[in-house]
Design a protein around this ligand. Structure first.
Ligand code: C5J
Length: 225
């Protein structure tokens, strides 16, 4: 299957060897009172993203793609959160502190859950990750290898932090990667735009980009041409 208007040039992927990776669509980043707001951000643009990711998720589910959700999540004793990560921030609330949605970025807390509209189905994979990238200190590499996955479609938040970090990790591991432009968001519009441009620069040095409609349309056409 080919997406002819992907940038910087058409992107070809085999659906049976492709996974959709949805990064960190958690209440902690998307709803008021979580980690995103504790870092000093307005979370409204990320909340507006949810229906776009849902449209992409529905299309990929219908086409039978492997679906992977990630959560940025730490152990309750914070043994997997180095001080270099815990102690930085733009407000008094730090990872592990108690906020309006429970302990910030801690596994099992209400704020750490994926937003209701994107709740993983029982057969979908959920990766808890202590870092920004989804490959660091997680079983993701093995899961993808076991399923014969070669191509990855990326969505989620935030574009320039966990999404870009994971896409770069994947690119270095030999995956063909595409970032879905309107299924990712940042607290900083300029950072999102810069990320889209830098990943596809220099002949797709990190990967490709394309719109939700293009991905979903191509997958639907494959099912009923
Ligand atoms: C951040 C993320 N921005 N999921 N995490 O700290 O991008």
């Amino acid at each position: 299957m080919t997406l002819p208007t992907a940038q910087p040039y058409p992107f070809t992927f085999p659906p049976e060897r492709t996974a959709l990776v949805i990064i960190d669509m958690q209440r902690d980043f998307i709803e008021p009172g979580g980690f995103g707001e504790a870092l000093g951000n307005d979370v409204a643009p990320l909340a507006a993203l949810v229906p776009h990711v849902r449209r992409l998720l529905d299309g990929c589910r219908a086409a039978g793609l492997t679906i992977i959700h990630t959560r940025e999540a730490h152990e309750p004793d914070l043994s997997d959160c180095p001080p270099a990560k815990r102690l930085r921030g733009a407000s008094d609330l730090r990872i592990g502190d108690t906020g309006p949605m429970g302990r910030i970025l801690v596994k099992g807390e209400p704020g750490n859950a994926i937003v209701d509209a994107l709740t993983p189905l029982p057969d979908e994979i959920v990766i808890d990750k202590p870092g920004k990238g989804a490959f660091y200190a997680t079983p993701l590499s093995k899961i993808l290898a076991d399923r014969g996955i070669t191509h990855l479609l990326f969505a989620g938040v935030t574009t320039e932090v966990c999404v870009q970090t994971t896409m770069r990790e994947a690119n270095d591991r030999g995956f063909e990667c595409l970032l879905v432009e309107d299924a990712t968001e940042s607290y900083f519009p300029a950072f999102k735009q810069a990320t889209l441009e830098m990943v596809r620069a220099q002949g797709a040095i990190v990967g490709w980009t394309a719109a939700v409609d293009e991905v979903v349309g191509a997958l639907a056409f494959q099912r009923s041409p």
